[in-house]
Ligand binder design. Sequence first.
Ligand code: CA
Ligand code: CA
Length: 145
Amino acid sequence: MSKVEDFLTAQQEQEIVAAIKQAERETSGEIRIHLEKSTSMSAVDRAMEVFHFLEMDRTQLRNGVLIYVAVDDHKFAICGDEGIDKAVPADFWDCTRDAMQSQFRTGNFTQGLIDGVLRAGEKLQQYFPWQEGDQDELSNEISRG
Ligand code: CA
Ligand code: CA
């Protein structure tokens, strides 16, 4: 059985963190990833729980986004804060979800996360463009459950 530390190699993790940094160069939105082995909850409910646990609702524009994955369960969810929900259409995350799903399906876990991060960044950019003086409000490091 894999441990939560083993989901990614150090190299893969660096690539994903680099993708988060890249995405956040174009948007004020703050993207985080949380990985864990398994959850008994629905991915969406657990994502919301982790979102609050990580205090991701402390951004100025309330535009934090959590990509949550329960790796062994093969389930994931994308959870955005209320600033995003107020600004965007209901299907806003669909293309991000689809991009991740198609990579996950073919076993490309790292690429799925990278594509998800970059797609989320592109989407957020339309509503929350990067602005001068932007701060990195939430860590870009991957969090593990
Ligand atoms: Ca920022
Ligand atoms: Ca950040």
